[in-house]
Design a protein around this ligand. Structure first.
Ligand code: OGA
Ligand code: NI
Length: 327
């Protein structure tokens, strides 16, 4: 059965949100207004590592500027992703993923797995980016023609930026600069690309683009388009993440929270949708290899700092999180 795509629903020009997308009362954006006046910290990608560590401790998220990625590359990456989603539906369906069949890469729409069986107002494209041993280029869009070239170039830049962030976070923990990268598998650390497409939504106040979650990754580096929507929890309230042109939004994910024994917070976040505009975002997830064993780093533990998280392979962590088992 071919899943119904959100993009198709949006094109149909509905004036009411179909019931399967209407969130329970406590999740609706209209009932959980974001705080105003608070802003996610901005961190310059200079050797000023203290700001990245501080942002990761206090918020678990920051806006990264001065990262050295050219606006021209951002523009080409965005054009390539927009180009794919504007292709005819039959073309995109050739890339359809199949979770039940174990095919996670490709074009998808989230099928309900939450207790309410509610759907998210989003279509996406997901594929591995690195290391080359995990990449299958047949799974990458072949159209637009420059998709692969642009995405590979962006992947190289993402590795460089992530390495700098991981160094800053390692130093912030009082460890050697290479400690976190090493703990995440060094050159075997994987990069995954997820292009998120949130089409215009007839009743955005009743819907969510992605429901509240923390990322399973070590780090996520997100490039949003100009349509705001991302929100994060700060001290129990939602705060909207501003659109800062050419900044990258760096999220601390679950694996860094575990390695740092809770010093750095895996940020709880969600995204809202817009009535008239299409939000898009390019999320690059940095994840350890499946068999990598992840637990609080021994150097951070002592009698007054006992481990707050259990130690297990990344694969086991993923399995437990996806199936909502205790960690
Ligand atoms: C995600 C995510 C938020 C956004 O893909 O994990 O949280 O703003 N995306 O698109
Ligand atoms: Ni996320």
């Amino acid at each position: 059965m071919v899943a119904e795509r959100v993009q198709g629903l949006a094109l149909a020009g509905l004036d009411k949100l179909p019931p399967q997308f209407i969130r329970p009362l406590n999740e609706r954006p209209e009932n959980s207004k974001a705080l105003t006046g608070l802003h996610v910290p901005t961190v310059s990608f200079s050797p000023d590592c203290k700001q990245a560590a501080k942002g990761s401790e206090e918020w678990g998220i920051f806006q990264l500027t001065d990262h050295g990625i050219s606006p021209e590359l951002f523009r080409r990456l965005k054009e390539a992703g927009e180009g794919f989603f504007s292709l005819p539906q039959e073309y995109k369906e050739q890339y359809a993923n199949d979770f039940a069949g174990g095919v996670f890469e490709g074009y998808g729409t989230k099928l309900a797995k939450n207790p309410d069986q509610k759907l998210e107002w989003i279509d996406y494209f997901f594929h591995f980016m690195w290391p080359t041993s995990r990449v299958n280029y047949d799974k990458w869009p072949k159209s637009p023609l420059n998709y692969r070239e642009v995405t590979e170039e962006y992947g190289e830049e993402m590795k460089r930026v992530a390495e700098g962030v991981l160094e800053a976070l390692s130093v912030g923990l009082g460890l050697e600069a290479g400690a976190l990268k090493e703990a995440l598998g060094g050159e075997e650390m994987s990069l995954e690309m997820k292009i998120n497409l949130y089409p215009p939504c007839p009743q955005p106040e009743l819907a969510l683009g992605v429901e509240a979650h923390t990322d399973m990754s070590a780090l996520t580096i997100l490039l949003p388009n100009q349509v705001p929507g991302l929100q994060v929890i700060k001290d129990g309230s939602w705060v909207s993440v501003d659109y800062v042109p050419d900044a990258l939004v760096v999220h601390v994910g679950d694996q860094i929270e575990v390695l740092s024994n809770g010093r750095y917070k895996s940020v709880l976040h969600r995204s809202l949708v817009s009535k008239d505009e299409t939000r898009m975002s390019w999320a690059v997830f940095f994840v350890p290899p499946p068999d990598k064993i992840i637990g609080p780093l021994p150097h951070l533990l002592n009698e007054t700092n006992p481990p707050l998280f259990s130690t297990k392979t990344f694969k086991d962590f993923q399995h437990r999180k996806i199936n909502k088992l205790s960690q």
